[in-house]
Design a protein around this ligand. Structure first.
Ligand SMILES: [Zn+2]
Length: 194
C-alpha cells in the first residue's frame, strides 16, 4: 500500500519536489507552508499545521539541499522547521509521521564523508555529517538520537536517510522504511523541539 507523503523543502529545491510529483509513483499532498500561523500558542500552531497541511499524510519527506539548515541570518525562514515539528508532533487525533531525509545531489559531498576508525570499538564507522551546518535540529536530533554508544545502527534512529539517486530508484522502499518507524521501539525517543 502506498503511504501518503508530505514534502518539506526549501524554495530553491522546488524542481526536486516537482520531479517526485510528476515522475515518481508517490502518493503525495501537494502543499507547503508559506505563511506563518499567527499565534503564540505552540500547540495550536502544531495542530493547525497538521490539519491544514499534513492532513492524512503518514510520512514526511525532507529534501536536504544547501539551505536546509535554515541557519542564514539573511533569510528569516523557518518553514521546514515548523513542518518537521508538526510532523513529529504526537497529539490528540493524530500520530506522528515517519521522517525520510533525502540528500540532494549538491549535498552528497558535504554529508557523506567516508569512514573513520573508531578508538572505542576498533571498528570502522561511516561519517555522515548530519548536524547544524547541514540540516535543522528537528532532523539531526532524531537521526542521531543520543544512545551512549560509539555509533548508531538503523534501530537507533527515527529518521531515515538516503540519497536522491537511491530514492529515485526505489521510492516506496524508503517511504515504507520511514512509515515503519512510527511503530518501532525507537519512536518513543523522538523530540519535537530539540
Ligand atoms: Zn565504534
Amino acid at each position: 500500500m502506498a503511504h501518503k507523503c508530505f514534502i518539506s523543502f526549501k524554495t530553491q529545491d522546488h524542481a526536486y519536489k516537482k520531479y517526485i510529483h510528476d515522475e515518481l509513483d508517490v502518493d503525495m499532498i501537494d502543499k507547503s507552508l508559506h505563511e506563518p500561523i499567527d499565534s503564540d500558542d505552540e500547540d495550536y500552531i502544531m495542530r493547525k499545521i497538521r490539519e491544514n497541511y499534513l492532513s492524512d499524510s503518514t510520512v514526511t519527506i525532507f529534501l536536504i539541499g544547501t539551505k536546509s539548515a535554515e541557519n542564514s541570518f539573511f533569510e528569516n525562514q523557518s518553514f521546514i522547521k515548523r513542518e518537521l515539528q508538526a510532523s513529529l508532533y504526537h497529539g490528540v487525533n493524530n500520530t506522528k509521521n515517519g521522517i525520510l531525509g533525502i540528500v540532494l545531489p549538491d549535498m552528497v559531498n558535504s554529508i557523506y564523508l567516508g569512514t573513520n576508525n573508531c578508538l572505542t570499538c576498533g571498528g570502522s564507522h561511516s561519517i555522515v555529517k548530519i548536524d547544524d551546518n547541514t540540516v535543522i535540529k528537528e532532523f539531526s536530533y532524531n537521526y542521531y538520537i543520543p544512545n551512549n554508544k560509539c555509533a548508531w545502527s538503523e534501530d537507533d534512529r527515527y529518521c531515515v536517510l538516503t540519497t536522491w539517486d537511491n530514492f529515485c530508484n526505489n521510492p516506496n522502499y524508503f517511504i515504507d522504511q520511514a512509515f515503519d518507524k512510527r511503530t518501532h521501539a525507537i519512536s518513543v525517543s523522538t523530540k519535537v523541539r530539540p
